[in-house]
Design a protein around this ligand. Structure first.
Ligand code: SF4
Length: 281
């Protein structure tokens, strides 16, 4: 949805990406917020949460030693200390947005997977699911960045509606509320979905998959430059920045009449007007 060429680099060429401080801080904060609920409610305090940070950082480093590269050139440990301090601020800010002493999540970091009637398989990891005594489901996602401006809110909500669609398909229940918690700016965005929203997301996903399938066959992955290019690891290979992509690793089959017969929907050209960018953790 962001940039077809970036999708190709990541998913088809499988080019490695350098770990980033921001993404790793997000992973660390998510781990802390997940583990905090292991404690009894009364111990879920800001101090109790920030005390989890060093241990979770060690666990992260153990499971992904390459993250050590981030602070390889930091002999005095100043950058690491600043970075850990920023993680601490994000965790503390969460307490001004939600009260974990009053929450008992039904699920944390839940891997979900379902198959649509079309055969398209959807997978994701949901940060938190709360279930009210009435059975109403709330899906919660933490973002360590700032809340988007209102004109970009739809892009951020798409991810939540995606999760809602998966839960609806799996459990037959439309989640009552979708909640995005922005720790970077201290905002909470909520949306109460209805069936029509989820059906729309399903149609959008099918169109997106058509676009991906077509581009996979034809090898036509177009760059779509935006201000997010500044975060792209593969600028040096991108024609928009004077680069040349590596040789396409798959057999190319030009688009032809057969493509028109294959989809249930109008084929969508890669780079066509697909929804706005999604915000990762
Ligand atoms: S630099 Fe921008 S346009 Fe090029 S691949 Fe990366 S995200 Fe896409």
């Amino acid at each position: 949805m962001q940039c077809p060429l970036l999708y190709r680099f990541r998913v088809i060429d499988k080019l490695p990406q350098k770990p980033s401080e921001a993404a790793t801080r997000g992973t660390l904060v998510h781990a802390v917020l997940e583990r905090l609920f292991d404690k009894p409610a009364a111990e879920r305090t800001p101090g109790g949460a920030t005390a989890l940070i060093p241990g979770q950082w060690d666990r992260l480093l153990e499971s992904k030693p390459e993250l050590g590269e981030l602070f390889a050139e930091d002999p005095e440990g100043e950058r690491l200390a600043r970075w850990l301090g920023q993680a601490e601020q994000l965790v503390e800010r969460w307490f001004s947005l939600e009260d974990p002493t009053r929450l008992e999540p039904a699920e944390r970091e839940l891997f979900v997977e379902t198959e649509l009637e079309s055969g398209l398989r959807l997978r994701g990891v949901i940060d938190r699911i709360d279930v009210a005594p009435t059975g109403e489901v709330r899906i919660v996602d933490y973002k360590t960045g700032k809340a988007p401006r209102p004109e970009y809110a739809e892009g951020a909500l798409f991810q939540m509606k995606f999760y809602a669609l998966v839960i609806w398909r799996l459990k037959g229940v439309v989640p009552r509320r979708l909640q995005l918690v922005y720790l970077g700016s201290g905002d909470v965005m909520t949306y109460d979905p209805v069936v029509a929203d989820l059906e729309r997301v399903e149609r959008k996903l099918l169109a997106l998959w058509e676009a991906i399938s077509l581009a996979t066959r034809t090898g036509e992955w177009r760059p779509r430059p935006t201000k997010l290019c500044g975060w792209c690891d593969h600028q040096a290979l991108c024609p928009e920045f004077g680069g040349t992509p590596p040789v396409y690793p798959l057999t190319v089959r030009p688009a032809g009449p057969a493509d028109d017969d294959q989809g249930r929907m109008e084929p969508v050209r890669a780079g066509a007007d697909l929804p706005a960018a999604l915000d990762g953790h």
